[in-house]
Design a protein around this ligand. Sequence first.
Ligand code: SF4
Length: 376
Amino acid sequence: MNPMDISIILTYRCNSKCSMCYIWQNPTLPEKEVTLATLDKIPDGVDYLNLTGGEPTLRQDLLDIVDLLYPKAMQLEISSNGLNSHRIEPIINKYPDVKIRYSLEGSETTNNRIRGEDDGYNKKVAGLLRLQELGGTDLGFAITIQDDNVQDLVYLFQLCQKHGFELATSTLHNGFQFHKSDNVLYDRLKVAHHIEGLITEQLKTYDVKNWFRAYLNLGLISKALGLPRLLRCTAATDFVFIDPWSDVYACNVRPDLRMGNLEGGSWDEIYNGPLAQEITQKVYQCKHNCWMVGSAKTAMRNSRFSKLPKADPTLWVIINKLRVMLNQPILFEKYIDYSQVHLDDKVSKRQYFFGKTFKRQVESRDHHYTDDYFNV
Ligand code: SF4
C-alpha cells in the first residue's frame, strides 16, 4: 500500500524572509537537490502529491518535475509564495487542474511584514488572478494563523470567496526544518476566538468543502490552545515528506522520524521496511498536538474510502451547519475544553525581516548546509 499523500520539499532556497520559518537563511545547493531520477522512484497511484519548499519555483526544472509527477497522483499541488507567478503560468497552461496555493498572511501590510516580502501581497493577488484567466481550476491562498494576522482571517476568507479561490489554514508550529523554536502564540485565547469567527463564516456558505474546512479549523483551535489533537496522527502511513536531499521523513516536525533515503534505496524498502514499522509505532505514541494541513486532512479521511471523511467530522459538520442555518450559535465549548488552555509563562517575540537586506545566521545548522551559500 502507498501513502495517500506525499509532500516533496524540492528546495530549501526561498525568496521570502518569513518570521516563522528560517528556511530562507539555510538554503540548499541546487546541485544537491532531489533529482528527476530519484523522484521517478515514487510509485504510481498516490492520492496527493504536494510540491513545496522553500520556494519550489526556484527550481529551474519545475515544469519537468510536474511532467514526471502529474501522472503519478490523483491530485498534484504546488505550494508557493506566489512571488514568481510567471513560472507557474506554463504549468497551468498545460495542466489547468494542478492545485496552486500561494502563501498569503493577511492584508497588504500584514502579509508583507510577516513574510518580509516587498510588494508580496499585490504580486500574489495579481498572480492568482492571472492563473484564473489562464484557466486554472483549483487556486487559492494559504495562511499560517498567528497573533499578527488573525484579525485578517475573515477578510481573507471573503477575498477568496469573491474571486472563487480557496483558503487553506494552518497555525504556528515548531519543526526541525524551520530552524527555530519560538513559533508560539502570544495570546492563545484571542487567536482561538478569531478562528471561531472564520468557522462560522465557512458554515454559512453553501460549499461542502468549506464546511469540512470549518472542522479542520476546529482542530486548529485545539492546536492554538495547546490541547490534544481531535484525531490521531497517521504520519508514516498516510503521508510522508521527502526533503531536498531525498531523505524521507514521516513528518517535518520530528527529526527522529527519518525513514530512509530515496536516492540510495527503493520506495518499497523505505515505505514498507522494518524501520517504517518502528516509526509508525513512534507516531502512534506521539504526544505532539500539531495540526498541519497534511496531518489533519489525512486524519479526517475514511481509511477504507479515501475520498470520504470519517464519521466524527461528518457528524460535526451536519450538526453545526444545521445550527448556523437556524441562526443558532455554534457550541464551541462542547468540542473544545477552554478550561484546559495551556498558557505559556513567557513567550518571546518573533523577529521580522521586512525591508532588511541581511540574512541572519543561525547558530545550529544542518550538516548539509555550507556557510558560503546564500545566493537564493
Ligand atoms: S503528531 Fe507527531 S508524528 Fe504526527 S505530524 Fe505531529 S509531530 Fe509528526
